[in-house]
Design a protein around this ligand. Structure first.
Ligand code: CS2
Length: 493
């Protein structure tokens, strides 16, 4: 049997595989990360690992899974160690990351998570719980306190299941014990992710214990950040390839691209690792960078996901290898998104977009269109609808953005262009399906039906005749001629 990656086998790895240069046994847990997925392990954990390599400090990471035990099951037997494979067409570099020193599974033992979060050595909580983990209304950014899981946590505060449930209860305990609060740093793809987080914590706290909201307002820092690195979910063939090089078994390597970026508001009141020495960019206002990334990278990703999937493409690289799609995405970014961005002097949007096209085309990443298509109801507002609103206000055309929205509608109907079922994953999937079934495959019925989902489209867009007409006409084209032809029609300026 092959031996497992872990503290005992680190020394046996081939020399080409980089390993932590610090003494992991001496690491205190200074950071709790909630949402222990591939993204964190290829992003913030790497900046922290870099910082520890350069100058040791009390910044070990405890990773918490809010849902299932898979990651703990994979990583606990490896003492938290895992391999990061950085891939492009030039090849693959492997590196073992050591920053993660503990893994917890919230549903198994919520008390252990609350204890860890209440521990005075913990000074920062970062999170990547995806858009839906915030229990908020995506159109307004506010906590949706009617959700059953939020009601559950308010009545069982010592057995929480949600992000706000864990954070607010542990902040309450810290206040009661006279322990300073931790900094709460959202690393999810939401605009103003710090502000959204602060709002959710305060609304929840007020419901839990009136007055706690004021204390949070006065004492808890929630810096916003823009995080960027493409990290597809790891496939079996990735695992096999990495393990063949390691010579030991890593049950959960992460595979990513060379590019990485982290821009954050520098408001970590409780200290932080010197991430800026490792390439992260502390700024006073992160909003322009968030808008740039969400509206260029993520908006393009969502359009590639829906329209590429419908056109029969499995991955992002495959989709943009089709010149029609590559030109469509370039035109979407240049003509419809860029004019609405307000960047600080010196920001190089032209270079950023050129780099994006190269990143999307990276043939060494198997980034599935289906993966990005997930959770559309949580993603569309910040990726496409914000730009659409601005353009409608300015009386500008929205053809490509509207095709993206129509692509989502065609996709969530749950049947592809050859009649095969689509496995639609979305917190609102049942509602979307019922609306779609009731409307039938007719653009003039399906579009208005889906636009009635106010958590996504708000109160304004469904009553904008220009928007409604643009979406119906795009959706009509999708039903009539299919995604590829609609993309081709809008591929050039
Ligand atoms: C993607 C993002 O799955 C998705 O929705 O658009 O995960 C994207 O890969 C990252 O935001 C890149 O930084």
């Amino acid at each position: 049997m092959t031996r497992r990656l872990g503290s005992e086998t680190l020394a046996a790895l081939p020399e080409t595989v980089a390993t932590p240069r610090y003494d992991r046994r001496k690491l205190d847990v200074g950071i709790v990360h909630i949402g222990l997925g591939a993204f964190h392990r290829a992003h913030q954990a790497v900046y922290t690992d870099d910082a520890l390599n350069r100058s040791f400090g009390p910044w070990g990471v405890c990773g918490v899974s809010l849902r299932n035990p898979d990651m703990r099951n994979a990583l606990a037997p490896q003492n938290g160690l895992y391999t990061m494979a950085v891939r492009d067409e030039g090849g693959e570099r492997l590196r073992v990351i050591g920053a993660l020193t503990q893994t917890l599974v919230a549903p198994e033992d919520p008390r252990a998570v609350l204890d860890r979060l209440s521990d005075p050595t913990v000074r920062i909580v970062t999170m990547t719980v995806t858009e839906k983990g915030y229990c908020h209304n995506p159109a307004t950014g506010e906590l949706d306190d009617r959700r059953p899981e939020v009601r559950h946590d308010l009545t069982n505060p010592t057995q929480p299941i949600t992000l706000p449930g864990f954070l607010v209860e542990s902040l309450r305990r810290r206040r009661a014990a006279g322990v300073p609060p931790f900094t709460v740093a959202s690393c999810d793809n939401l605009p103003n992710n710090g502000e959204v987080t602060a709002g959710i914590l305060k609304t929840y706290a007020k419901l839990l214990e009136p007055g706690l909201d004021h204390w949070i307002e006065d004492h808890v820092s929630c810096p916003s950040s823009m995080v960027d690195r493409i990290v597809p979910s790891t496939a079996d063939e990735d695992r096999a390839r990495v393990n063949a090089v390691l010579g030991v078994e890593d049950a959960s390597p992460v595979v990513t691209e060379p590019f990485t970026q982290w821009v954050f508001e520098d408001r970590f009141s409780t200290g932080r690792p010197a991430w800026e020495d490792e390439g992260a960019e502390p700024v006073s206002d992160v909003r322009p960078y968030e808008a740039m990334k969400l509206r260029l990278l993520n908006a393009s990703h969502s359009c590639i996901a829906y329209l590429g999937y419908l056109a029969g493409y499995q991955t992002v690289a495959e989709t943009v290898a089709d010149p029609v799609f590559a030109r469509f995405i370039a035109a979407l970014m240049d003509d419809e998104v860029t004019p609405m961005l307000r960047m600080p002097a010196g920001a190089d949007l032209t270079g950023y977009k050129a780099a994006l096209l190269v990143r999307f085309a990276n043939p060494a990443l198997q980034h599935r269109t289906w993966q990005i298509a997930m959770d559309g109801t949580q993603k569309l507002p910040q990726r496409l609808l914000g730009t659409i609103r601005q353009r409608l206000d300015a009386g500008l055309p929205i053809d490509r953005l509207a095709l993206g929205v129509a692509g989502w509608m065609r996709y969530v109907r749950g049947v592809d262009e050859t009649g095969r079922p689509i496995d639609v994953r979305d917190p609102l999937a049942d509602r979307l399906r019922a609306l779609a079934e009731n409307a039938g495959p007719v653009a003039g019925r399906l579009a208005p039906a889906l636009l009635s989902v106010r958590e996504v489209f708000g109160d304004d867009l469904p009553t904008s005749p220009v928007f409604v007409e643009a979406v119906i006409s795009a959706l009509d084209g999708l039903f009539d001629r299919g995604a590829w032809y609609c993309v081709e029609r809008l591929a050039d300026a």
